[in-house]
Ligand binder design. Sequence first.
Ligand code: UD1
Ligand code: CA
Length: 453
Amino acid sequence: MTERKVAAIVLAAGKGTRMKSDLHKVLHPIAGRPMLAHLLASVAELEPARTVVVVGSGREQVEPVAAGYGARVVVQEPQLGTAHAVQQAEAPLDGFDGDILILYGDTPLVSVATMRAMLARLRADDAPAVVVVASRPADPLQYGRIIADADGLIEKMVEYKDASEAERAVDLCNSGLMAVRSQDLFRLLARVGNDNAAGEYYLPDIVMIAGADGRRSAVIETGEDEVAGINSRAELAEVEASWQRRRRAELMAAGVTLAAPETVWLSHDTVIGRDSSVEPNVVFGPGVEVGEGARIRAFSHLEGARVAAGAEIGPYARLRPGAEIGEKAKVGNFVEVKKARLGPGAKANHLSYVGDAEVGAGANIGAGTITCNYDGFLKYRTHIGEGAFIGSNTALVAPVSVGDGAIVGAGSVVTRDVAADALAIARGSQEERPGWAAKFRTAMAAKKKARGG
Ligand code: UD1
Ligand code: CA
C-alpha cells in the first residue's frame, strides 16, 4: 500500500494589526527563527508534495522564507475569511491528489506528531470528511466552539460571535487546523456562504456542509500550548516562554545540567552535549554547538560558535560568530572571541579581545591582550602558535604572527612577526635610579614647608 500524498496550506493573510509592526506577523521570531520557518520546518518532515502560504500584504517579506522550504506564496486580496483564504490555494494545488493540512502561520508550534495524528484520523476506516484539531484552553476567550459527541464526531462548529450562551459555555475550542482530502476540500469550500455575524466566509462551515451530505467530521484534541495563536507581542512572548520551557526540559532529559533552567535562553538550533553544564543567565543565540562535558559559566553570551568537549566558557564571556573553542580550552571573564579558533587547551582567561585569529593548542593569552584586527578599513588575521605565551596587556597589530613556543613580554605592542621560541618585548624599557624617590620626597617636603604649608 502506498501512502497518500500530503500538501499543506498555511494561512497568513490576516492583517496582524495587533502586532503593530512593519514586519509581517508570521516573520516575528521565536527562539531566533521566524514563526513561519518553525511551521514550515515541521511541515517539511512530512515530505509534502506541495506547500502553499496564503498572504495578504507583505508577500515580498514572506517569499524568501517560504522559498527556503520550497513553499509557494499566493496572495488573498481582499481577505474575506478563512474559507476564502483556503480557496486561494486551489490553483496552486491544481492536479494534487492527496490529503491537505490546513495550518495557520500564527500558530507555529504545532508538532509533527499532531500533524501525523490529523492525517491518521483522516485516513481511519470511518473516513471522516474533515478532521479538526481542538483544545480546551483554560480561558476559551473568543475561539470558535465545537459541539461534538463522546466519540469525537462533530455535530456543529460555531464562531463565538454567532454562538448562543449554551454554545459559548462549551470548552472545546477550534484551533483552526484541519485535514481534508483534496477531492473534498475545494468542492466543500465552493458551497460556503457568508451569512453570519462577521459577514465572512468561515472555514469551519465545511464541517456542516459535509454533514448535510451525510458525512461526519471528527475532532482530535491537543494541548492548549501547542495551538496557541499569536496575535500580539504579549502572546509572542508567551509562546516564546513555552517554547523555551519545553526545550530546556528536553536538554535536561538528554543529560545537560541547567542549574537555573528558567534563566537560560536557547535558540531553535542550540546543541549542547551530554554532561555539559550551563550556569544561570546564559544566552545562546542562533548557531551554537557545544560538545560533551563542557561548562558554560554564568552570564555568558554565545552566538554562531562551536565549543568542543570539556571546554570552559565564562563567567561573563562573549563568543561571537565564527568562534571555535577547542577541547578543554578556556575562555574566561570579559573575553570576547570572534571568527577565531582556539586550539585544544588554549587559554584566554581574562579581559581580552581575540578576533580574526588562530590560536595554537596550549597557548596562553594573558589578561588584557587585544588582537588589533581592524585599521578602520580592512580586517587582518593574527596567528598565535602552539604553546606560545602572550604577556598581559599585549596589543597584537594584525596581520601578525607569533611562532610556536614564543613568549611576548607583557605590555608589548607587537607589529612584526615573532619567530618560534623567541622572546619579543616591544615596550619602553625600564630604568632605575637608586635612592631617587627618597631624595625627591626630602626636597619636596622642604619646599612645601618654606611656603608655609
Ligand atoms: C479562527 C476560527 C476560529 C478559531 C480560531 C483559532 C474561523 C472563521 N474561525 O478565528 O473558529 O477558534 O481561528 O485561532 O475560521 N486568515 C486569512 N485570511 C482571512 C482571514 C484569516 O489568511 O481572510 C488567516 C489569519 O492570518 C490567521 C488565520 O487565518 O492565520 C485565522 O484568522 P483569524 O482572523 O485569527 O481567525 P479567528 O477569527 O481568530
Ligand atoms: Ca486568531
